[in-house]
Design a protein around this ligand. Sequence first.
Ligand SMILES: [Zn+2]
Length: 425
Amino acid sequence: MTPVEALVCERCGRRYAPDAVEYTCPDHGGVAGVLDVRYDYDALGDELDGALDGPTDDLWTYEPLLPVDGEPVRLGAGGTDLLSAPALGDALGVDALVKNETTNPTGSNKDRGSAVVVSRARQAGHDTVACASTGNAAASLAGYAARADLDCRIFVPADLPEAKAVQPRLYGATVLGVDGTYADAYELCREVSADRGWYNRNAAMNPYAVEGKRTLGFELAEGAPDADWVAMPMGNGCSLAGAWKGLREFERLGVVDDAPRMLGVQAEGATAIHDRFVAERDGVAADGGADSTDTAAGERGPGAERRDGVGDTTADSIDVSVPHNAGKACRALRESGGDAVAVSDGAIRDAQRLLGECEGVFAEPASAAAVAGVRAAVERGTIAPGERVVVVATGTGLKDSASAREAVDDVISVDAAGEGLPEDL
Ligand SMILES: [Zn+2]
């Protein structure tokens, strides 16, 4: 039995039976009424002790807390290392830990979401899954679909880094490069999936896409129960919202006394969630995200007409001008007593190299943004010196060596006899 009690609309609060709605709240149309999956916490509490007894091999360690019936699809997502990071901490002026999500099976934290969504798709008898992606969710859905023997269709912005376009095809997915932004790819995926009966994993639109990401929060609660902050990048806002949901649940279930504060980090080229959070906190009206305005059926929010997300930041994974889960992300920041910061591409590049040199973690620019965000938050006094901060390295840098190239020194050319070898090396 799945522990799901109801689906609740983030916008109007209407409750639905778990099987009554597949995607968003029908009262608003389009993607405006994002649904939140609610659980029977008394039942979850009864299941919890067994789940926490042994080591966390992968996210299915928490299977009793996940909305999946029957045999799940296994590829090894979750159970990632939580590294103490003293050199990085010295550089940032905090007590740092790195949650290394780059070691997930397809290279990013998206695997936590795909594991749950693809398991549900297989149970429901779907034969084709689809999503729009800036790259990591594409690879992740494609890998899990291969594992589950499902067909997979991926919609990506055509200017995707090369490796991110190759990886899902190697897993057998069909990749459609959309001449437009991520927002355009998202909308086209929504229309075509509805038309052809494909199961749509799209962030926010599929309420279960966030649910697997709760397991990151579970692991952080268990591994760093005394953390003051968790710093994460924000693109659509799903990963941060999911992690916070898991942390909050483990607080509620008594696993930790106090959940940490969340630091949400965006790149200066794509700041919609940051702007909305700051505006709501300061009592100013703001337009930030596809779920923030009254959107008629089939239409996108006004922000969707902006095309300013194209190539505005080196951090392609969070280059999202119309975030679909901005509401959940802002609520997570607010409930946790957290904050949002925006960082420059230059700061992201410096942080990418710092993370590599200090701790041996090759993270993508979006992940490095979280490191740069901690530095910015310390400088402005949001994070106090010496506080315990977990930086979540959400995805590997190996998929985008071209952008990492800008953060490193040149290769030194040496002939076979050693001519050219620097004397001072
Ligand atoms: Zn609603």
